[in-house]
Design a protein around this ligand. Structure first.
Ligand code: ADP
Length: 301
């Protein structure tokens, strides 16, 4: 506050031009000028000071409102951009990658002299498909989840069909299931995503055979995937289901990975009311078991 016709000692009895500063973000942005024909007492000056403070606050709040609106507009724009990129990853990537996978299968049969090279292209293309699908599901889980379109499905048949698509030439995978079908209510697209992640990991983190077993109890169905590969150090077990979580030995060996697959797979199984269990020993191998209820009751989202 500045008094034009008196010094600070005359505040209580001044008359003439009185200026009250207006501030926003601690910066002076203007002032309120008061012309008084009579001396103002201390109470009136205090009221004017309070009025100026209130005006400052209002201006400040207005500026904040403006900043918030700008921030939320740019957040909306970047969310829309993210959705576009993810839609592109999910749909536009998938088509050409599927064509490449198809030609790999044809070439592997017709050009045996370059079989090894073609298999590398096939495996790396499968990784690209998986990465793009992981990115889409990851974004959906971050955005508050997703719903399931469940259908009663014979898991034994479902797993055998999925496995036929994994490694058409290598035949590293064997599937075991009982004679009786194991019917479970699954979202086939989502569950296939989980199975792909777990089985492709078993192929990636081991060189040898991979066994897939389908079994059931009175209340639950289980798909257990076992490999005799690098295994997971005990201390790293809890972190492999976290976002971007990778075990130290996988990193040290330079095996490429994003650490997103199991996080996403675990989310999908959880929405089915189930869980993924892991038993692993470093240097000996791992068993990942996908467990889901046989009836569609538990449905946490
Ligand atoms: P990534 O793309 O890194 O394979 P995942 O989320 O699928 O991501 O797996 C997380 C981590 O769990 C892997 O980086 C690896 O350290 C470990 N892991 C997963 N499956 C296996 C397995 N079958 N054998 C050994 N380690 C595994």
């Amino acid at each position: 506050m500045r008094l034009f016709d008196g010094d600070d000692s005359s505040v209580g009895t001044s008359e003439g031009l009185i200026e009250f500063p207006l501030t926003a973000h601690s910066a002076l942005i203007g002032s309120i000028e008061l012309r008084s024909a009579r001396p103002l007492d201390a109470g009136e000056l205090e009221s004017m000071r309070a009025f100026a403070a209130l005006a400052s606050l209002t201006i400040h709040a207005d500026a904040l409102d403006h900043e918030t609106a700008t921030a939320s507009r740019s957040l909306r724009e970047s969310n829309a951009f993210k959705d576009d990129v993810l839609a592109m990853l999910g749909h536009d990537f998938r088509g050409p990658l599927t064509v490449i996978l198809g030609y790999c299968e044809l070439l592997a049969e017709s050009a045996p002299e370059i079989k090894a090279e073609i298999e590398t292209i096939f495996t790396q293309t499968q990784r690209l498909v998986r990465l793009s699908e992981d990115a889409v599901v990851l974004a959906q889980t971050q955005a508050g989840g997703f719903s399931l379109a469940r259908e009663p499905t014979d898991l034994g048949e479902f797993v055998r069909e999925a496995v036929r698509a994994f490694d058409p030439s290598e035949r590293r995978i064997t599937v075991r299931s009982g004679d009786a079908p194991v019917w479970a209510p699954i979202d086939r697209v989502r569950f296939r995503h989980v199975l792909d992640n777990v089985v492709l990991n078993a192929l990636k983190y081991s060189d040898g055979a991979v066994e897939v077993e389908v079994r059931s109890t009175a209340t639950e169905a289980a798909v257990a995937v076992t490999d005799r590969g690098i295994g997971i150090p005990e201390g790293d077990l809890p972190s492999v289901f976290t976002r971007f979580g990778r075990a130290g030995n996988a990193r040290r060996k330079g095996i490429a990975g994003s650490g997103v697959g199991l996080y996403v797979a675990n989310k999908i199984v959880h929405v089915h009311g189930g869980r993924i269990e892991v038993v692993s020993r470093e240097g000996e191998g791992s068993t990942f078991t996908i467990v889901i209820p046989l009836v569609e009751d538990a449905h946490p989202t």
